[in-house]
Design a protein around this ligand. Structure first.
Ligand SMILES: C[S@@+](CC[C@H](N)C(=O)[O-])C[C@H]1O[C@@H](n2cnc3c(N)ncnc32)[C@H](O)[C@@H]1O
Length: 326
């Protein structure tokens, strides 16, 4: 079904990608495949009101999970452009199949992210499970097109929290604490992903107008966020019941509607950020650092001076000094 520039298919994603998505056409895949642990029985694990959960979730039998994972990840790798990226949300039970398939098709790890999440499960004879894995990979071979990573899309490079630490640094650490959304009395899919989590992945790893794909639409949460952020979208859902119920909602999602509500990062990047250090700069850095320390400045004060003088961030200065053995 076409809605604006966006395409939604009710059917198997492997067959669907083969038929409808050309090689190298997708900039970003964000997806949450079935977990192979009885997703259709998730209500036994979660304490929640099942009356509002949309039924029809298609689970993959455990015995077929490895083969199923290799097949869809092979298609995902084909449709990604060189330097295109993929985020796969996975539990730990079948994580080894996902890691194996990613390696087999030659996608390259960027980060292995831990998403700390309030499952709502309760155990008394072992630790309480409270995380998912997010495998963040890219397709190699993009000499001309660099990987899109908008490193200051949420917090500016110099923004500090109340304790003086860098908000930008904290937001880019690979452990994410984002809680599930409570939507009492509203329809939801089984394990629907939170909007804040999806916005983070789409904002950092794509630009307005890019093509985003989710092979496992479920509650269409990735689609709503991607279209809301002005990206183009293509997605698949095997369940007739879920698809017909949720696809209609897409007509009411304004293209780019979420862009207005985005936080504006404050502050400017240091003037020489990302510029390669020249030999003369490295020599001057060492000289000025040693001079400041001899004058009795603390390391922190010397660093602040050097940041201004060389137009670089704290970590760039620290790394450059470390390379010079200081
Ligand atoms: C974990 S859910 C996705 C949840 C979704 N991210 C959300 O936030 O609502 C996985 C979905 O994949 C669907 N599915 C299972 N096998 C599929 C296949 N071969 N092709 C497309 N969709 C499939 C299931 O019906 C289920 O809705």
């Amino acid at each position: 079904m076409d809605i604006g520039d966006n395409l939604f298919y009710n059917g198997d994603c492997v067959e669907g990608m083969r038929r409808h998505v050309p090689d190298g056409s997708v900039d970003l895949i964000v997806t949450d495949p079935p977990y192979g642990i009885g997703g259709d029985m998730l209500h036994k694990h979660y304490h929640r009101d099942e009356r509002f959960v949309v039924h029809g979730y298609v689970e993959v039998p455990k015995a077929r999970y490895g083969d199923f994972t290799h097949r869809w990840i092979r298609e995902a790798a084909r449709v990604l452009r060189p330097s295109g990226q993929i985020y796969i949300v996975s539990g730990y039970t079948n994580l080894f199949h996902v890691l194996d398939a990613l390696r087999e098709v030659g996608l390259r790890e960027i980060n292995h992210i831990i998403w700390k999440y309030n499952f709502g499960v309760y155990t008394t004879r072992k630790y309480i499970s409270s995380h998912y894995h997010i495998l963040y990979y890219e397709k190699p071979g993009g000499r001309r097109a660099r990987r899109t990573f908008n490193h200051a899309c949420i917090f500016g490079p110099t923004e500090k929290g109340q304790d003086g630490s860098s908000l930008n640094y904290r937001d880019r650490e690979d452990v994410w604490v984002i809680n599930r959304e409570y939507k009492p009395g509203k329809e939801k899919n089984k394990n629907e992903l939170p909007t804040a989590l999806l916005m983070k992945m789409v904002l950092y790893s794509s630009d307005v107008g890019d093509l985003v794909c989710d092979p496992f639409l479920g509650g269409f949460s990735t689609a709503r966020v991607a279209v809301g952020l002005g990206r183009r979208f293509v997605g698949f859902e095997l369940s007739d019941g879920i698809f017909s119920r949720r696809v209609r909602e897409m007509e009411g999602v304004p293209v780019g509607g979420l862009l207005k509500s985005l936080r504006r990062p404050k502050g400017k990047a240091p003037r020489n950020e990302r510029r390669k250090w020249t030999f003369a700069e490295r020599t001057a850095l060492v000289r000025n650092y040693n001079r400041s320390r001899k004058r009795g400045l603390s390391k922190a004060m010397a660093m602040r001076q050097l940041e201004k003088e060389f137009g670089r961030g704290r970590f760039a200065i620290l790394n450059a000094l470390a390379r010079e053995g200081l």
